[in-house]
Design a protein. Structure first.
Length: 110
């Protein structure tokens, strides 16, 4: 878990958080992109930009699996699940997460 006073990233909520600044490792079928590791420096709808040894690597999200380091743990995220603009991803996934919580509360009350 990555935690500060008002910010906490866990394996359960990582999809609805910012990736910039996180350490990551890339798993891809493309051998040139296989096991690239570094820090996420930017994100677009289709790309994750990762800095490795002062060089920026552009990784297509739909072709890769990303393993993010959160504190002492790692979390794998399928790039296909995050094919959104960062600001859209946060909105969409936050809404879905809240809808799921509402449904589970309603089911426990019934």
């Amino acid at each position: 878990m990555l935690k500060t006073e008002h910010y906490c990233i866990t394996s359960e909520n990582i999809l609805s958080h910012e990736f910039i600044g996180l350490e990551t490792r890339v798993y891809s079928k493309d051998k040139n992109k296989q096991k690239i590791n570094g820090k996420v420096v930017d994100e677009t709808k289709n790309l994750m930009l990762i800095e490795k040894n002062g060089e920026i690597k552009k990784i297509p999200k739909k072709e890769a699996m990303f393993e993010f380091k959160i504190g002492k743990k790692t979390v794998k995220v399928d790039g296909k699940k995050i094919l959104f603009k960062p600001e859209q991803r946060l909105k969409v996934l936050w809404r879905k997460q809240n809808e799921w919580r509402k449904k589970s509360r309603q089911q426990t009350r019934s």
